[in-house]
Design a protein around this ligand. Structure first.
Ligand code: PEP
Ligand code: MG
Length: 326
Protein backbone atom coordinates (compact mmCIF):
# COMPACT_ATOMS: atom_id res chain seq x y z
CA UNK A 1 0.00 0.00 0.00
CA UNK A 2 2.81 2.37 0.87
CA UNK A 3 4.29 1.69 -2.52
CA UNK A 4 0.96 2.41 -4.11
CA UNK A 5 0.80 5.75 -2.30
CA UNK A 6 4.31 6.73 -3.28
CA UNK A 7 3.29 6.25 -6.90
CA UNK A 8 0.70 8.96 -6.32
CA UNK A 9 3.34 11.34 -5.06
CA UNK A 10 3.67 13.43 -8.18
CA UNK A 11 0.04 13.15 -9.14
CA UNK A 12 -2.17 16.14 -8.59
CA UNK A 13 -5.19 15.60 -6.38
CA UNK A 14 -8.06 16.00 -8.84
CA UNK A 15 -11.42 14.38 -8.26
CA UNK A 16 -12.74 11.93 -10.82
CA UNK A 17 -14.99 14.65 -12.18
CA UNK A 18 -12.25 17.22 -12.43
CA UNK A 19 -12.18 19.33 -9.26
CA UNK A 20 -8.76 20.42 -8.03
CA UNK A 21 -8.09 19.71 -4.39
CA UNK A 22 -5.13 21.12 -2.53
CA UNK A 23 -3.54 18.71 -0.07
CA UNK A 24 -1.19 20.35 2.37
CA UNK A 25 0.92 19.09 5.21
CA UNK A 26 0.96 19.82 8.93
CA UNK A 27 4.47 20.18 10.33
CA UNK A 28 6.25 21.57 13.34
CA UNK A 29 9.88 20.55 13.34
CA UNK A 30 12.68 20.67 10.83
CA UNK A 31 12.70 16.87 10.68
CA UNK A 32 9.22 17.06 9.14
CA UNK A 33 10.41 19.05 6.17
CA UNK A 34 11.81 16.36 3.88
CA UNK A 35 8.27 15.00 3.95
CA UNK A 36 6.85 17.89 1.98
CA UNK A 37 8.14 16.57 -1.28
CA UNK A 38 8.14 12.94 -0.21
CA UNK A 39 4.47 13.04 0.61
CA UNK A 40 3.48 15.03 -2.44
CA UNK A 41 2.08 17.93 -0.43
CA UNK A 42 1.41 21.28 -2.06
CA UNK A 43 2.75 23.24 0.85
CA UNK A 44 2.51 23.45 4.62
CA UNK A 45 -0.99 24.33 5.73
CA UNK A 46 -0.08 24.44 9.40
CA UNK A 47 3.38 24.95 10.84
CA UNK A 48 3.06 24.53 14.60
CA UNK A 49 5.79 26.88 15.83
CA UNK A 50 5.41 25.80 19.44
CA UNK A 51 7.22 22.52 18.80
CA UNK A 52 10.57 24.33 18.64
CA UNK A 53 9.73 25.82 22.01
CA UNK A 54 8.53 22.52 23.47
CA UNK A 55 11.80 20.71 22.75
CA UNK A 56 13.99 23.64 23.92
CA UNK A 57 15.44 24.06 27.38
CA UNK A 58 15.00 27.79 27.45
CA UNK A 59 13.12 30.36 25.45
CA UNK A 60 14.47 30.32 21.87
CA UNK A 61 15.94 33.72 21.06
CA UNK A 62 14.82 35.77 18.11
CA UNK A 63 17.74 34.67 15.92
CA UNK A 64 17.17 30.99 16.78
CA UNK A 65 13.54 31.29 15.84
CA UNK A 66 14.43 33.12 12.67
CA UNK A 67 16.83 30.33 11.71
CA UNK A 68 14.13 27.69 11.99
CA UNK A 69 11.60 29.75 10.02
CA UNK A 70 14.15 30.46 7.32
CA UNK A 71 14.96 26.74 7.03
CA UNK A 72 11.27 25.99 6.66
CA UNK A 73 10.90 28.51 3.84
CA UNK A 74 14.11 27.27 2.19
CA UNK A 75 13.04 23.65 2.36
CA UNK A 76 9.62 24.26 0.86
CA UNK A 77 11.12 26.16 -2.02
CA UNK A 78 8.35 28.59 -2.85
CA UNK A 79 5.41 26.38 -1.85
CA UNK A 80 3.07 28.20 0.53
CA UNK A 81 3.76 27.82 4.25
CA UNK A 82 1.29 28.93 6.90
CA UNK A 83 2.97 29.63 10.22
CA UNK A 84 0.92 29.63 13.37
CA UNK A 85 2.05 31.85 16.20
CA UNK A 86 2.92 30.21 19.49
CA UNK A 87 0.16 27.94 20.78
CA UNK A 88 1.22 26.97 24.28
CA UNK A 89 -0.84 26.14 27.30
CA UNK A 90 -3.53 23.50 27.33
CA UNK A 91 -2.08 20.24 26.03
CA UNK A 92 1.11 22.04 24.91
CA UNK A 93 3.57 22.40 27.77
CA UNK A 94 6.87 24.31 27.86
CA UNK A 95 9.46 22.98 30.29
CA UNK A 96 10.87 26.45 31.02
CA UNK A 97 7.61 28.35 31.24
CA UNK A 98 6.06 27.59 34.58
CA UNK A 99 2.43 28.39 34.26
CA UNK A 100 0.32 28.46 37.38
CA UNK A 101 -1.79 25.32 37.60
CA UNK A 102 -5.21 25.86 36.13
CA UNK A 103 -8.43 23.98 36.64
CA UNK A 104 -9.23 23.94 32.92
CA UNK A 105 -5.99 24.45 31.00
CA UNK A 106 -7.61 23.84 27.61
CA UNK A 107 -9.78 26.86 28.33
CA UNK A 108 -7.11 28.66 30.22
CA UNK A 109 -4.36 31.17 29.70
CA UNK A 110 -3.02 29.84 26.45
CA UNK A 111 -2.19 30.54 22.83
CA UNK A 112 -3.10 34.06 21.67
CA UNK A 113 -4.31 34.98 25.16
CA UNK A 114 -0.82 34.45 26.49
CA UNK A 115 0.64 36.15 23.43
CA UNK A 116 -1.45 39.29 23.88
CA UNK A 117 -0.73 39.45 27.61
CA UNK A 118 3.00 38.95 27.01
CA UNK A 119 3.35 40.96 23.80
CA UNK A 120 7.14 40.83 24.03
CA UNK A 121 7.02 37.11 23.27
CA UNK A 122 4.64 37.48 20.39
CA UNK A 123 6.49 40.43 18.89
CA UNK A 124 9.80 38.59 19.08
CA UNK A 125 8.25 35.75 17.15
CA UNK A 126 6.71 38.10 14.61
CA UNK A 127 10.04 39.83 14.13
CA UNK A 128 11.76 36.48 13.60
CA UNK A 129 9.16 35.52 11.00
CA UNK A 130 9.43 38.85 9.20
CA UNK A 131 13.21 38.60 8.99
CA UNK A 132 13.09 34.98 7.83
CA UNK A 133 10.59 35.83 5.10
CA UNK A 134 12.45 38.88 3.75
CA UNK A 135 11.69 39.10 0.03
CA UNK A 136 9.39 36.09 0.26
CA UNK A 137 5.79 35.21 1.01
CA UNK A 138 4.77 35.24 4.70
CA UNK A 139 1.53 33.69 5.88
CA UNK A 140 0.85 33.93 9.60
CA UNK A 141 -2.17 32.92 11.64
CA UNK A 142 -3.13 33.14 15.27
CA UNK A 143 -4.38 30.25 17.43
CA UNK A 144 -7.43 30.22 19.73
CA UNK A 145 -8.93 33.50 18.64
CA UNK A 146 -12.28 33.77 20.46
CA UNK A 147 -13.34 37.30 19.48
CA UNK A 148 -12.45 39.46 16.49
CA UNK A 149 -10.92 42.02 18.85
CA UNK A 150 -8.13 39.54 19.57
CA UNK A 151 -7.34 39.31 15.90
CA UNK A 152 -7.29 43.10 15.68
CA UNK A 153 -4.94 43.32 18.67
CA UNK A 154 -2.58 40.69 17.24
CA UNK A 155 -2.63 42.43 13.89
CA UNK A 156 -1.79 45.75 15.54
CA UNK A 157 1.27 44.15 17.16
CA UNK A 158 2.27 42.75 13.80
CA UNK A 159 1.95 46.17 12.17
CA UNK A 160 4.25 47.63 14.79
CA UNK A 161 6.81 45.02 13.82
CA UNK A 162 6.48 45.92 10.17
CA UNK A 163 6.99 49.58 11.07
CA UNK A 164 10.09 48.54 13.00
CA UNK A 165 11.46 46.76 9.92
CA UNK A 166 10.84 49.83 7.81
CA UNK A 167 12.42 52.16 10.33
CA UNK A 168 15.58 50.09 10.35
CA UNK A 169 15.71 49.60 6.61
CA UNK A 170 15.30 45.83 6.65
CA UNK A 171 13.88 44.10 3.63
CA UNK A 172 10.22 43.20 4.05
CA UNK A 173 8.44 40.08 2.86
CA UNK A 174 7.32 40.40 -0.75
CA UNK A 175 3.82 39.41 0.28
CA UNK A 176 2.12 39.13 3.66
CA UNK A 177 -1.14 37.39 4.54
CA UNK A 178 -2.63 37.33 8.01
CA UNK A 179 -5.26 34.87 9.06
CA UNK A 180 -6.65 33.07 12.00
CA UNK A 181 -7.39 29.62 13.22
CA UNK A 182 -11.06 29.03 13.78
CA UNK A 183 -11.24 26.67 16.73
CA UNK A 184 -13.50 28.42 19.22
CA UNK A 185 -17.25 28.22 18.52
CA UNK A 186 -17.94 31.85 19.46
CA UNK A 187 -16.39 32.91 16.17
CA UNK A 188 -19.30 31.29 14.36
CA UNK A 189 -21.33 34.21 15.63
CA UNK A 190 -18.81 36.83 14.54
CA UNK A 191 -18.08 35.23 11.24
CA UNK A 192 -18.99 38.18 9.06
CA UNK A 193 -16.80 40.56 11.03
CA UNK A 194 -13.99 38.06 11.07
CA UNK A 195 -14.15 37.39 7.34
CA UNK A 196 -13.97 41.11 6.63
CA UNK A 197 -10.66 41.24 8.45
CA UNK A 198 -8.66 38.14 7.57
CA UNK A 199 -6.81 37.10 4.43
CA UNK A 200 -7.53 33.43 5.14
CA UNK A 201 -9.04 31.06 7.68
CA UNK A 202 -7.86 27.71 8.91
CA UNK A 203 -10.21 25.49 10.86
CA UNK A 204 -8.71 23.62 13.78
CA UNK A 205 -11.29 20.90 14.01
CA UNK A 206 -9.55 19.19 16.94
CA UNK A 207 -10.26 22.12 19.21
CA UNK A 208 -13.45 23.25 17.49
CA UNK A 209 -14.96 19.80 18.03
CA UNK A 210 -13.74 19.69 21.63
CA UNK A 211 -15.31 23.04 22.43
CA UNK A 212 -18.52 22.56 20.46
CA UNK A 213 -19.17 19.22 22.10
CA UNK A 214 -17.77 20.27 25.48
CA UNK A 215 -15.73 17.09 25.26
CA UNK A 216 -12.03 16.98 26.17
CA UNK A 217 -10.02 15.97 23.10
CA UNK A 218 -7.52 14.04 25.22
CA UNK A 219 -9.94 12.17 27.47
CA UNK A 220 -9.94 8.52 26.37
CA UNK A 221 -13.22 7.83 28.15
CA UNK A 222 -14.87 10.25 25.78
CA UNK A 223 -13.08 9.33 22.58
CA UNK A 224 -15.62 7.89 20.21
CA UNK A 225 -18.54 9.31 22.13
CA UNK A 226 -19.13 12.31 19.91
CA UNK A 227 -18.41 11.53 16.31
CA UNK A 228 -16.35 13.84 14.15
CA UNK A 229 -19.14 13.32 11.67
CA UNK A 230 -21.81 14.53 14.06
CA UNK A 231 -24.36 16.47 11.97
CA UNK A 232 -24.37 19.39 14.41
CA UNK A 233 -20.62 19.73 14.06
CA UNK A 234 -20.66 19.27 10.29
CA UNK A 235 -23.38 21.86 9.89
CA UNK A 236 -21.13 24.35 11.64
CA UNK A 237 -18.32 23.46 9.25
CA UNK A 238 -20.64 23.76 6.30
CA UNK A 239 -21.76 27.21 7.39
CA UNK A 240 -18.18 28.39 7.77
CA UNK A 241 -17.37 27.15 4.27
CA UNK A 242 -20.37 28.91 2.76
CA UNK A 243 -19.68 32.22 4.49
CA UNK A 244 -15.99 32.12 3.62
CA UNK A 245 -16.85 31.46 0.01
CA UNK A 246 -19.34 34.35 -0.03
CA UNK A 247 -16.57 36.63 1.24
CA UNK A 248 -13.98 35.18 -1.11
CA UNK A 249 -11.78 34.20 1.84
CA UNK A 250 -9.74 31.02 1.31
CA UNK A 251 -10.28 28.44 4.02
CA UNK A 252 -8.33 25.33 4.95
CA UNK A 253 -9.18 22.54 7.37
CA UNK A 254 -6.11 21.57 9.37
CA UNK A 255 -7.46 19.35 12.17
CA UNK A 256 -7.08 15.57 12.26
CA UNK A 257 -10.30 14.94 10.36
CA UNK A 258 -8.80 16.42 7.18
CA UNK A 259 -6.48 13.42 7.07
CA UNK A 260 -9.13 10.72 7.46
CA UNK A 261 -10.40 9.69 4.05
CA UNK A 262 -14.03 9.29 5.08
CA UNK A 263 -14.21 12.59 6.98
CA UNK A 264 -12.24 14.27 4.20
CA UNK A 265 -14.99 13.12 1.81
CA UNK A 266 -17.50 14.96 3.98
CA UNK A 267 -15.37 18.11 3.90
CA UNK A 268 -15.06 17.99 0.11
CA UNK A 269 -18.78 17.38 -0.20
CA UNK A 270 -19.39 20.56 1.80
CA UNK A 271 -17.21 22.57 -0.55
CA UNK A 272 -13.83 22.55 1.19
CA UNK A 273 -10.96 22.43 -1.29
CA UNK A 274 -7.89 22.85 0.95
CA UNK A 275 -7.02 20.15 3.47
CA UNK A 276 -3.93 20.08 5.65
CA UNK A 277 -2.90 16.86 7.37
CA UNK A 278 -0.04 14.79 8.71
CA UNK A 279 2.30 13.66 5.92
CA UNK A 280 1.30 10.01 6.23
CA UNK A 281 -2.32 10.86 5.46
CA UNK A 282 -1.65 12.55 2.15
CA UNK A 283 -1.34 9.29 0.18
CA UNK A 284 -4.61 7.76 1.45
CA UNK A 285 -6.54 11.01 1.04
CA UNK A 286 -5.14 11.55 -2.45
CA UNK A 287 -6.11 8.00 -3.42
CA UNK A 288 -9.65 8.75 -2.23
CA UNK A 289 -9.83 12.06 -4.14
CA UNK A 290 -8.72 10.45 -7.41
CA UNK A 291 -11.58 7.96 -7.23
CA UNK A 292 -14.21 10.46 -6.13
CA UNK A 293 -17.10 11.70 -8.27
CA UNK A 294 -17.45 14.88 -6.25
CA UNK A 295 -20.62 16.32 -7.74
CA UNK A 296 -22.94 13.39 -6.99
CA UNK A 297 -21.36 13.10 -3.57
CA UNK A 298 -22.08 16.76 -2.79
CA UNK A 299 -25.69 16.43 -3.85
CA UNK A 300 -26.30 13.32 -1.79
CA UNK A 301 -24.41 14.69 1.14
CA UNK A 302 -26.43 17.91 1.37
CA UNK A 303 -29.56 15.80 1.87
CA UNK A 304 -27.93 13.56 4.44
CA UNK A 305 -26.63 16.53 6.38
CA UNK A 306 -30.03 18.16 6.52
CA UNK A 307 -31.82 15.04 7.74
CA UNK A 308 -29.36 13.00 9.82
CA UNK A 309 -29.38 13.09 13.56
CA UNK A 310 -26.23 11.11 14.25
CA UNK A 311 -22.68 10.69 13.09
CA UNK A 312 -23.41 7.01 12.45
CA UNK A 313 -25.97 7.91 9.79
CA UNK A 314 -23.52 10.25 8.09
CA UNK A 315 -20.81 7.64 8.26
CA UNK A 316 -23.08 4.99 6.76
CA UNK A 317 -23.90 7.24 3.84
CA UNK A 318 -20.23 8.00 3.18
CA UNK A 319 -19.16 4.37 3.46
CA UNK A 320 -21.80 3.14 1.10
CA UNK A 321 -21.08 5.96 -1.34
CA UNK A 322 -17.39 5.02 -1.27
CA UNK A 323 -18.22 1.33 -1.81
CA UNK A 324 -20.53 1.90 -4.73
CA UNK A 325 -18.16 4.32 -6.43
CA UNK A 326 -14.86 2.45 -6.17
C1 PEP B 1 -6.75 21.94 15.93
O1 PEP B 1 -7.09 22.37 17.04
O2 PEP B 1 -7.51 21.29 15.18
C2 PEP B 1 -5.39 22.16 15.42
C3 PEP B 1 -5.08 21.90 14.17
O3 PEP B 1 -4.48 22.65 16.27
P1 PEP B 1 -3.79 21.73 17.39
O4 PEP B 1 -4.14 20.30 17.09
O5 PEP B 1 -2.34 22.05 17.29
O6 PEP B 1 -4.43 22.24 18.65
MG1 MG C 1 -5.88 23.73 18.21
Amino acid sequence: RLEQYSKLRDKEAISKDGTDISLLMNAGLLVDLPNVEGAGAQGIGLFRTELQFMVAESFPRMREQEKVYRSVLDATDGLPVTFRSLDVGGDKVLAFLRLAPEENPAMGWRAIRLGLDRPGLLRTQMRALLHAAAGRHLRLMFPMISEVGEFDAAKALFEREIAHLERHGYEKPAKIELGTMLEVPSLLFQLEELLERVDFLSIGTNDLHQFMMASDRGNTRLSGRYSNLSPAFLRALSRIQQKAQEHGVPVTVCGEIAGRPLAAMALLAMGYRNLSMSPSSIGPVKAMVLELPLEPLSEGFAKVLSTSLSGEEVQKFLTSFAETHS
